[in-house]
Structures are given as C-alpha cells and as structure tokens.
Unconditional design. Structure first.
Length: 196
C-alpha cells in the first residue's frame, strides 16, 4: 500500500471547502456523485449538514462573539471538522490509481464501497470483504500471510478442556481477520453507545 501525499492534500481541500467546480472539472459529474456531493444517500445529507453547520457556526461566532463560548471551543470544533475530512482524504490517498479510476468509471456503487472500505461504523463488515482486503494487502506487499504460523503453548485450563475449541496454531492471515472483525464490532458498539 502506498500513501499519495498529493492525493491526500487535494482531497482534504476538496472536502474542507466542498469545491464542487474543481471536482466537476477534474472528475466530471460522476466524481460529484461518487463523493456524495450530488447523490441522494444518507452520506449526502450528513456531508452537507456538517459543512453548513460548521461554517455557519464559525461565521456567527465571528459576527456576534458570544461571551459564553470561548475561542478554545471554536478551535476544538474546527479541529474535529478537519479531522473528519482528514479521514476521508486518507481513504483516497491509499487507493491505487486503478481503484480511483474504477470509482469514477463505475460510480461508487454499494458493492464498490463495500470492497474499498475496511472499517465502517454503519454496518458490520462481511467476513469475505475482510478476507479480500487482507489478500490484496498480501499480494501488494508480496507476503503470504497464511505461511506465517504462530504457535502458543497448550493450555490445560478447565474452560478449554470443557469446550475443546482451543487451537494452539494461528496464522497471520487469521489473526488479521480477527483483529479487523473485532475493531469493526468495537467501533460500531462505541458509536451506538455515544448516540444512545
């Protein structure tokens, strides 16, 4: 995997200021749809709502200077907005050129989004999607993750003796699969708790 700094900067600027003319010039109408700038889906409403609320809050703060809101709170709000756009820009920066071109030619279909997003809070990832991502990472790095075996000593604890499910041999591929599935589940539960 390669991080493209120029792609990161370009996408950060595009998503910080919703530069629709630039996207339209560089990527055409499909680029606007792919980035959910002009597509009727949940991300479209979230993206525009956060953009409008952020800049409206900044403008109102500059005009009225409310005494009950400190500059530190405004800076923290701006940092949060910037951080969210950095996550989006990072996703694009790690995509290969064929992946970026495929996104524009086919559009951001549900299937393509599922293939390109590894961690998402909206849904639980399918095991097949994680396996595909790990396989692609293995091919790109020229490493056979299934070849690397980790072995741990046998455990004689009663819980393992009763269930007989304990396995002392693990390969790197399966460990990666378990980590990503666990991270996805933990992130989703955290967000659900925060929203509750």
């Amino acid at each position: 995997m390669r991080f493209d700094l120029w792609v990161f900067v370009e996408n950060l600027v595009v998503h910080m200021f919703n530069l629709l003319p630039l996207v339209l010039y560089r990527e055409g109408w499909q680029g606007l749809v792919s980035r959910s700038f002009c597509a009727l889906n949940p991300m479209f409403f979230f993206q525009w709502a956060s953009f409008i609320c952020f800049y409206t809050a900044i403008i109102l703060y500059i005009i009225f200077r409310p005494v009950n809101i400190s500059p530190a709170e405004v800076v923290l709000m701006a940092f949060s907005f910037l951080l969210r756009q950095c996550v989006v820009a990072t996703k694009y920066a790690y995509m290969t050129k064929p992946e970026l071109e495929e996104r524009l030619s086919k559009g951001a279909t549900r299937e393509l989004r599922t293939q390109q997003e590894v961690i998402t809070i909206w849904t639980f990832l399918k095991k097949s999607t994680i396996e595909q991502q790990l396989h692609l990472a293995s091919v790109r790095k020229k490493i056979d993750l299934k070849r690397y075996i980790f072995e741990v000593p046998e455990r004689e604890a009663a819980e393992y003796a009763e269930t007989e499910t304990y396995d002392s041999r693990f390969n790197a591929f399966n460990i990666g699969l378990e980590i990503l599935q666990g991270a996805n589940a933990a992130e989703r539960k955290t967000w659900l708790l925060l929203l509750a």
